[in-house]
Write a protein that binds this ligand. Structure first.
Ligand SMILES: [Mn+2]
Length: 200
């Protein structure tokens, strides 16, 4: 596949060290500058990611981070005119509303000896939701995807073809979430000054 001027590139990568996995995603504009439409979607996903990270606190149910990111994304899709409904309708009764047309995966997963490690979600099929505890490590990775090939949903032309995901690894501690991947820039200004620049 050819990467063209104006495209976004999404890299989802990781490494293992001492048997433990990592998982990180960044999305960059290949020409070094986000277009206005790309910037709008990137900003929205970044805000959703930050809201989800804030929800990664001791005692928080597993679904809290997904609900946090979902609310931000659903409201943003309304504000951008991509969804024409209110927030309640966008989210649906069980976080299964039309916002899921553009955010079709979970907000994160446990991270440990395996990249997609066990232990997230419910305990058993119908058991209580797992509560976050100090020492747990998980990923937070909301995204929005507007594939230009899609015919199942209406996508405003200016957003067609845009896809953004931002993923960090988060350690839950008694003092709040610690972002283990914080050294990798994710703010728009940082990315724009890095991408296309020289590596000294
Ligand atoms: Mn992941």
């Amino acid at each position: 596949m050819e990467i063209n001027d104006g495209d976004l590139v999404l890299v989802d990568a990781g490494c293992e060290i001492s048997g433990y996995a990592s998982d990180i995603t960044r999305t960059w504009p290949v020409n070094g500058k986000f277009s206005n439409s790309q910037r709008e979607i990137y900003d929205l996903v970044l805000n959703a990611e930050k809201a989800a990270i804030e929800a990664c606190v001791v005692g928080s149910p597993w679904s809290a981070m997904h609900h946090a990111s979902s609310k931000v994304l659903a409201q943003g899709l309304i504000d951008l005119g991509i969804l024409e409904c209110n927030l309640e309708e966008a989210l649906g009764d069980n976080y299964d509303g039309p916002y899921r047309n553009f955010f079709m995966h979970g907000t994160g997963h446990m991270l440990g000896l395996d990249v997609h490690d066990v232990g997230g979600g419910r305990q058993g099929d119908k058991g209580p939701e797992r509560l976050l505890a100090s020492g747990m490590v998980l990923t937070v990775e909301p995204g929005l995807y507007f594939g230009s090939w899609r015919t199942d949903v209406e996508i405003p032309e200016k957003y067609s073809g845009i896809g953004v995901r931002i993923e960090d690894d988060v350690l839950v501690t008694d003092d709040g979430p610690v972002i283990l991947t914080s050294l990798c820039p994710k703010e728009i200004s940082e990315i724009e000054s890095l991408v296309g620049g020289k590596i000294e």
